[in-house]
Design a protein around this ligand. Sequence first.
Ligand code: AMP
Length: 394
Amino acid sequence: MSKKTIEDIAVSGKKVLVRCDFNVPLDGETITDETRITAALPTIQYLLKNKARVILCSHLGRPKGEFKAEFSLAPVAKRLSALLGQEVKLASDVIGESAKGLAASLKDGEVMMLENVRFHKEEEKNDEGFSKALASLADVYVNDAFGTAHRAHASTEGVARFLPAVAGYLIGKELSVMGKALEDPIRPFVAILGGKKVSDKIGVINNLLEKVDSILIGGAMSYTFSVAQGGKIGKSLLEADKVELAASLIKKAQEKGVKLLLPVDTVCADDFSNDANISVHEAGRIPDELEGLDIGPKTIELFAAEIARAKTIIWNGPMGVFELPNFAIGTIGVAKAMAANEGAVTIIGGGDSAAAVEQLGFAGKMSHISTGGGASLEFLEGIELPGVAALNDK
Ligand code: AMP
């Protein structure tokens, strides 16, 4: 990465505005998954140890531009205080008197948090005045919110125009692990893509076809590829307007010498429910009245064998409707195969696949689990993330 990081600048005695991704899931005031908070700790601890005056900011949920108590960052400030072993003072506003007062009275090695930046509609509009007001609170800006780095918002992009702007450790790690995989992978390099829509993943498939040795496609999007090959998919999800595109991606893979593996069998159901009657059918031969909801056992074997041979593996998107236990078996199979390949660099591209890996207890077995689903997808597409582009070059 050619962007400056917190280690490239002096922070002692400086007011440092740090954009984190504290968009954690909440049940009332209880944080049900604190991964995003712990992921931000290395940067915060480094700054405190080096006597910076730390001003944290983040969004949480979708309060739609106005103060709403249920979207307050108070639970995060409280949990972070416990994790850091020191008080994190929470301002009652974002750029108002409370924020300004607390920021002005911060001492070296102290930390505070602004309220939810999305309490202002100007945040998502990347409003210049709001960006300037945020910038005026601090001397330096650090972006460590990988999960929102693909958004050009005031606290992720706009503010960087008005302060020296550098990357935190989390963004640095995300970019270096995924960047290395894309630019200089240890081969064989295998990508596994799943999820619902081909349309969401076209850019990723296109870009990865230039880089990988094999690409494995599961999930609902595989049915559009099946139709492109003349298959019958019953009531399975289809993006009819993407069939030609799927055919062209299959052709591109052939031209590039990339092995594109599609499911060979499909777990089908007579209803979209966990209690549905289940049967396994050859891919492309799904009876009219049935719907494919997972990859079948032969496909799991085929994919697992390809994964076992790989030295770099990137995975984004579930292989089936993993929210229903009876159709989570393909997704579990991929997670297990990746976890078993201990010698490989294993990267989970955030979102549903990250949640699945964590639920299954395989998180510790992966080299890297991205904290940003959307951001990692755009990165894999080869798009420059605005929240990264805005940072100062080395
Ligand atoms: P995405 O957001 O594109 O990664 O898609 C994730 C969603 O795709 C999950 O909610 C899965 O339940 C869904 N999904 C995966 N496979 C299938 C399938 N065969 N049929 C219907 N939905 C699926």
